[in-house]
Write a protein that binds this ligand. Structure first.
Ligand SMILES: NC(=O)C1=CN([C@@H]2O[C@H](COP(=O)(O)OP(=O)(O)OC[C@H]3O[C@@H](n4cnc5c(N)ncnc54)[C@H](O)[C@@H]3O)[C@@H](O)[C@H]2O)C=CC1
Ligand SMILES: O=C(O)C(=O)COP(=O)(O)O
Length: 600
C-alpha cells in the first residue's frame, strides 16, 4: 500500500528553472545545517504529497494521545483512524510503518527512530498544542515529513490555568484542602494574601501572557510585563506597562512566566535573578519547566526570597515523586494541565485535524513548522545568501534591547539582476526566521514565514537597489534594518536611527560588512564580538590575548573606523563562547567604549 516515492510539485523560485521536482523519500536534497525547509509561497501554490497508495485507498492516521471527539470525526471522514494511546516507544515504532499521519500531544516522544521506522510512509505529524519540543524536527525534515501544530486553540486555557494557580497559591487552596481531608481545621495556618492592588509581572507578553494580563487587571492587580520583543502600544492598549527584566522582577509581588523555552530563556530564573527579587515574591509557571533553575528555586523557597510557587510544568515530566521542589510545602503543582480544558481540547483537536487532513490532501498548512526541501538548482545558487539572510536577521534582533518592539523591518537587496530574475521570498523568509525564532516559540520556515511575521505584527518591507554590472551572482549585498528600537550596542544604530546590519557573500562565505555606520568585514561563522573603541595601535593584540588566555579561537578580526585615531568598531569572529569575565575584561580596556557578544 505504501509507495516509496513522494512527488513534490514545488513552485520554482526562479522562473527560468523547472517548476516540478520528483524526489524519492530516501534521496532528498538536504541542507539541514541551514534548517531551510521549503520554498512555497502562499495562496494558490501547493505542495502535493502523493504517497499513500492507490487512488481510492484511504490514508491511515494514528492518534497516539487522547484527542477531542470533533477532531476525530473530521479525521474519520477522510482517513482510517487508529486511536492507540499509551504506546511504548517500541510499539509506536512498529505501528508507524502502517501510518500516513501521526497525532500527538506533549506526552509522546516522536524521535528520529519513529521517522526511521516509518519506512518513508509517515507524511505528517500533527502536534495537538503549541510546544513541539517532543518532536525531532530535524529528523522529520530529513525524512520529508511535515510537522504541523495548533498554536492558538489552547491560549485561553493556559491563561486561565495561570490565573487559577495564582489565586489558589495566594489562598493556600491545595494545602488547606489536603489538611481538611486529613481531618484538620487549620484556619490560622492558611491565612492567605490578597491579589488586589498587588503588582504582577507577566514575563513574556505573547498570546498566553496577554490573556493572563487582561484577567489579572480584572482582579484589580497592577500589571507590568517584560518582553523585549513585544510592541509597547499593544501592552499600553490594555493598560500594561512594558518594563525591563530587572525592573519587572524587582518590583513584582507575583511573577507569571509565559515565554518560550529558548537558549536565552533557559534557567532565566536562577540564583542571581532570585537574588534581585522582592522578598516574599510568588511565582507561577505555566510555560516550560526549563525557564526556571529548579534547584535554585528550592534554595529561594528555603531562604524565604520566594514565598510560594505554583508550577504546571517541569524540566523533566513527570518529575520525580521525591523531588524537593514538588514536595515543598510552599509549592503547589499540577501535571501539565494548562491546555487541558474540554473546550481547548475540542478546539485543538479540530485545529490539528484540519491541518493534518489538509496536509494529506496536499494543501499548504499555515501552522506548518517544517516542510520538505526546495529544488536543488535554486538552493545551490542561493545557498550562501540564504545563510547570510538568516544570520543577518539573528544578529539584528539580538542587538535590540527595548523601544517599541520589533515591528518594522526593512530589507534592502543590492543586485545587478533584474527583479524578475531574483525571487527574494526565500531570503525574506530566512530573515524572518532569523528575527523571530530567537524570541519566540514559533518555528519559522518558508511555508509559514509571512504568516508568522504578520501574526506577530512584524512588517517586513523589501527594497531593491539595481546595480550596474554583471548579473552573474544573484546578489551583491543584503541589508537588514529594524526601526523604532533601542540597541544594546549603540554603534549599531545608523545615522537614520535604525539598527542596521549588512552582509555580502565572499568566495561563497557570508560576511558581515556593516554595523550601523561602521564598515567591518567578518565571516559569519561561530559567534561575533562587536566592540566600539577609540582607534589606536595595539587593540587587536590586547583583545586577542584576553581571548587567547581562555583558549577561545579567533577566526576573524576586522576594524572599521570613521577616521584614523577616531572611533572604530572591531568585529571579532570566535569559534567558542567567551566567559562573562573575558567579555568584561575586554570591556574594561580603557579605549573600549561598548561591547556586545552575538550568537549566530
Ligand atoms: N502549560 C501548558 O499546558 C501550556 C504551555 N504553553 C507554553 O506557554 C509559552 C507561551 O506560549 P504562547 O503565548 O502561545 O507563545 P507566544 O510565542 O505567543 O509568546 C511568547 C512570548 O515570549 C516572548 N519572549 C521571547 N523571549 C523572551 C524573553 N527572553 N523574555 C521575555 N519574553 C520573551 C516573545 O516575544 C513572545 O511575545 C510556550 O512555552 C508554550 O509552550 C502554551 C500552552 C499551554
Ligand atoms: O501546547 C502546549 O505547549 C502545551 O504545553 C500543552 O501540552 P498538552 O497538549 O496538554 O500535552
Amino acid at each position: 500500500m505504501a509507495a516509496s516515492t513522494s512527488t513534490l510539485n514545488v513552485p520554482s523560485l526562479n522562473p527560468k528553472l523547472s517548476s516540478s521536482l520528483s524526489i524519492s523519500s530516501t534521496a532528498q536534497f538536504s541542507i539541514s545545517s541551514l534548517s531551510l525547509r521549503a520554498a512555497h509561497g502562499r495562496g494558490s501554490r501547493r505542495f502535493v504529497v502523493l504517497a499513500t497508495g492507490g487512488l481510492d485507498a484511504k490514508p491511515t492516521v494514528l492518534v497516539a494521545e487522547k484527542l477531542g471527539a470533533a477532531g476525530l470525526d473530521l479525521l474519520k471522514e477522510f482517513a482510517n483512524v487508529d486511536c492507540s494511546y499509551n504506546l511504548s516507544p517500541e510499539e509506536l515504532n512498529t505501528k508507524i510503518s502502517l501510518c500516513d499521519a501521526l497525532i500527538v500531544r506533549s506526552g509522546t516522544k516522536v524521535s528520529r527512530e519513529v521517522f526511521e521506522s516509518s519506512g518513508g510512509r509517515l507524511k505528517v505529524v500533527g502536534r495537538a498544542g503549541v510546544g513541539i519540543d517532543n518532536v525531532d524536527l530535524a529528523a522529520a525534515t530529513e525524512h520529508g515529513c511535515l510537522v504541523v501544530n495548533a498554536p492558538t486553540a489552547n491560549t485561553v486555557a493556559a491563561a486561565e490555568h495561570g490565573i487559577a494557580l495564582l489565586a489558589a497559591m495566594a489562598r493556600n487552596v491545595a494545602q488547606a484542602d489536603a489538611s481538611v481531608k486529613a481531618g484538620k481545621w487549620l484556619r490560622n495556618k492558611y491565612v492567605g494574601v490578597s491579589l488586589v492592588g498587588k503588582t504582577l509581572a507577566v514575563m513574556g507578553f505573547g498570546k498566553v501572557g496577554t490573556e493572563v494580563a487582561r484577567r489579572a487587571k480584572g482582579l484589580g492587580m497592577h500589571v507590568i510585563a517584560h518582553d523585549p520583543y513585544a510592541p509597547a502600544d499593544r501592552a499600553r492598549a490594555i493598560g500594561v506597562e512594558l518594563v525591563t527584566f530587572d525592573e519587572a522582577i524587582a518590583t513584582a509581588d507575583f511573577i507569571s512566566l509565559h515565554m518560550p523555552l529558548t537558549p536565552t530563556t533557559s534557567k532565566m530564573l536562577n540564583d542571581e535573578t532570585f537574588g534581585k527579587m522582592k522578598k516574599g515574591v510568588r511565582i507561577v509557571n505555566v510555560a516550560r519547566g526549563g525557564v526556571i533553575d529548579e534547584e535554585a528555586l528550592v534554595r529561594a523557597l528555603d531562604s524565604g526570597i520566594v514565598a510560594q510557587a505554583a508550577l504546571d510544568v517541569f524540566t523533566k515530566e513527570p518529575p520525580s515523586p521525591e523531588s524537593k521542589l514538588v514536595q515543598h510545602e510552599n509549592v503547589i503543582v499540577t501535571p501539565h494541565l494548562g491546555a487541558s480544558t474540554v473546550e481547548a481540547q475540542e478546539g485543538v483537536a479540530i485545529e490539528i485535524a484540519e491541518a493534518v487532513v489538509g496536509a494529506l490532501k496536499g494543501e499548504l498548512a499555515s501552522t506548518a513548522v517544517n516542510a520538505p526541501m526546495v529544488p536543488a538548482e535554486v538552493l545551490s545558487e542561493l545557498k550562501p545568501y540564504v545563510i547570510l539572510a538568516e544570520k543577518l536577521g539573528r544578529l539584528a534582533v539580538q542587538l535590540v534591547t527595548g523601544g517599541s518592539g520589533v515591528k518594522s523591518v526593512k530589507v534592502t537587496y543590492a543586485s545587478a539582476r533584474a527583479p524578475d530574475d531574483l525571487d527574494t521570498r526565500v531570503l525574506r523568509a530566512m530573515i524572518t526566521k532569523g528575527i523571530i525564532e530567537p524570541i519566540s516559540s514559533v518555528f519559522v520556515n518558508l511555508v509559514n514565514a509571512d504568516f508568522t511575521a504578520k501574526q506577530r505584527g512584524v512588517r517586513i518591507t523589501e527594497e531593491r537597489i539595481l546595480l550596474d554590472g554583471s548579473p552573474e551572482a544573484p546578489l551583491d549585498s543584503i541589508q537588514v534594518q529594524i526601526a523604532n528600537v533601542e540597541s544594546k550596542f549603540a554603534s549599531a544604530i545608523s545615522d537614520t536611527g535604525e539598527i542596521r546590519v549588512e552582509g555580502r557573500v565572499k568566495d561563497g562565505v557570508p560576511h558581515l560588512t556593516r554595523v550601523g555606520s561602521f564598515e567591518v568585514d567578518v565571516s559569519l561563522e561561530g559567534s561575533i564580538i562587536l566592540c566600539r573603541q577609540v582607534d589606536q595601535p595595539g587593540m587587536i593584540g590586547k583583545v586577542g590575548s584576553i581571548l587567547g588566555q581562555e583558549n577561545v579561537n579567533v577566526s576573524f578580526m576586522s576594524v572599521g573606523r570613521i577616521a584614523p585615531r577616531k572611533q572604530a568598531v572591531m568585529a571579532i569572529g570566535v569559534d567558542d563562547q567567551p566567559s562573562k569575565e573575558s567579555l568584561q575584561r575586554i570591556g574594561e580596556i580603557p579605549a573600549v567604549e561598548e561591547i556586545v557578544f552575538l550568537k549566530l
